[in-house]
Design a protein around this ligand. Structure first.
Ligand code: PMP
Length: 412
């Protein structure tokens, strides 16, 4: 196991003077805390003895029913028996990988891919093979090519891990017309599809696109309340075919005995008594405003030659700098200038991504986002000047290893 680049960053990026475009923390400032307090009080008053007790390994049956209603918004028809509640979708991914992957097994994942998933795959010693994306998400032709190439070496990938909606970190979504094709390719090759969908209901412009799981019951679907409600409850779920579901429950029991009952009842009561769909709408509006602020600032200030994605939902923009610029080497200088991002290499298992970076717009205010981009654009301009003067990334990297100085007081 290795410390992720995001982990080291959190300490620095959480200083108030730094505009953090790094972490992907949901912005729960919009949640009405008094209403959440009422929900918690109700849980204790009505079902305190149950809420503070161990529960079932598969999770609370009533919450599993409600989760089926949530998934129906993305076209999924599932039964509560198919659902296993987990400690965030992160635990769901951990359990699925534990069940399927032996050391040396191949997992296909988008290029780039969610850093927390790469950590899970690495911890089970699975080998990640990346599959290219474009503005319409995972590319079926590259998926076919990756599987074909592995087959030539007599290897078959076990899993395809995909984040089809508002991808972390790429900010793109898998086009509706690609979804069936991706499933067909995987079916033909005997590859199990894991659909990780924490952002699916956070689209800004349109109704949710039907989930992969809505097209194929064999897909293992990971869901979460972290982005549509609050991550502190740590409630996520896996929807899986029966045989897999049974193994998941056994693996979950071995891992945590049962998911936290209090959290589950809190989420369940919230769904039953609060206008949660309205709350999701208000999250969408808040994130849309921030997305707009980031895209406008990038359009106004980023240098020619840089390109970036234009997300229609979720939290992230993926930007790629002119060739030669190393975003990891640039980071100390950016932090000195009081702006943080995540270097692209964090999102690849194979060391690629050096000229890209992830910008999260979910947390700072629109004004701070603009100020952050102004600072970052200055840093990038400085890097590009150096690159032009010294003519190569190796030369440019040296001055950037200097320790960042104490940041000047924030004025933004
Ligand atoms: N998958 C993706 C793509 C994510 O972005 C995240 C959180 N950043 C997770 C899974 C984990 O979410 P949680 O465990 O809070 O449900």
């Amino acid at each position: 196991m290795l410390a992720s680049e995001i982990r080291a960053l959190f300490a620095v990026a959480s200083r108030p003077e730094v505009v953090s475009l790094a972490g992907g923390m949901p912005n729960i400032a919009g949640l009405p805390l008094d209403a959440v307090g009422d929900v918690l009080a109700k849980v204790l008053a009505d079902r305190g003895q149950v809420a503070l007790q161990y529960g079932s390994g598969q999770g609370d049956p009533a919450l599993r029913e409600q989760i089926c209603d949530v998934m129906a918004l993305e076209g999924i028809r599932a039964h509560a028996d198919d659902v296993v509640i987990t400690v965030g979708s992160q635990q769901g991914l951990d359990l699925v990988t534990r069940i399927f992957c032996d050391p040396g097994d191949v997992v296909l994942a988008e290029a780039p891919s969610y850093v927390g998933a790469l950590s899970v795959f690495r911890s089970y010693q699975a080998e990640v093979v990346h599959v290219a994306m474009d503005d319409d998400g995972l590319r079926p032709d590259d998926l076919r090519a990756a599987i074909g190439q592995l087959e030539q070496g007599l290897r078959r990938p076990k899993l395809l891990y995909t984040v089809p909606n508002f991808h972390n970190p790429a900010g793109v979504s898998m086009a509706r017309e690609r979804r069936a094709e991706v499933l067909e390719i995987c079916q033909a090759a005997g590859v199990i599809v894991i659909e990780d969908n924490p952002y699916g209901l956070l689209g800004f412009d349109a109704e949710p696109t039907p989930a992969l799981r809505s097209l194929d019951d064999g897909v293992i679907y990971l869901g979460s309340f972290s982005k549509t409600f609050a991550p502190g409850f740590r409630v996520g779920w896996v929807t899986a075919p029966h045989g897999v579901r049974d193994k998941l429950v056994l693996a979950a029991e071995a891992s945590v005995l049962c998911p936290p009952t209090f959290s589950q009842l809190a989420v369940s009561t919230y769904l039953a008594t609060e206008p949660w769909q309205q709350q999701i709408k208000s999250f969408q509006e808040m994130y849309r405003e921030r997305r707009d602020a980031l895209l406008t600032a990038l359009d106004d200030m980023f240098p020619p030659g840089a390109v970036w994605t234009r997300p229609a939902g979720g939290f992230y923009v993926w930007a790629t700098m002119p060739a030669g610029l190393d975003t990891k080497a640039m980071l100390p200088r950016a932090v000195t200038a009081r702006v943080a991002y995540v270097p692209g290499t964090a999102f690849y298992a194979d060391g690629s991504g050096a000229s890209s970076l992830r910008l999260s717009y979910c947390y700072p205010t629109p004004e701070r986002i603009r100020e952050g981009v102004r600072r970052l654009a200055d840093v990038i301009a400085g890097e590009l000047d150096l690159l032009e003067t010294f003519g190569g990334p190796d030369r440019v990297r040296r001055p950037m290893r200097a320790r960042p100085q104490a940041p000047a007081p924030d004025t933004a």
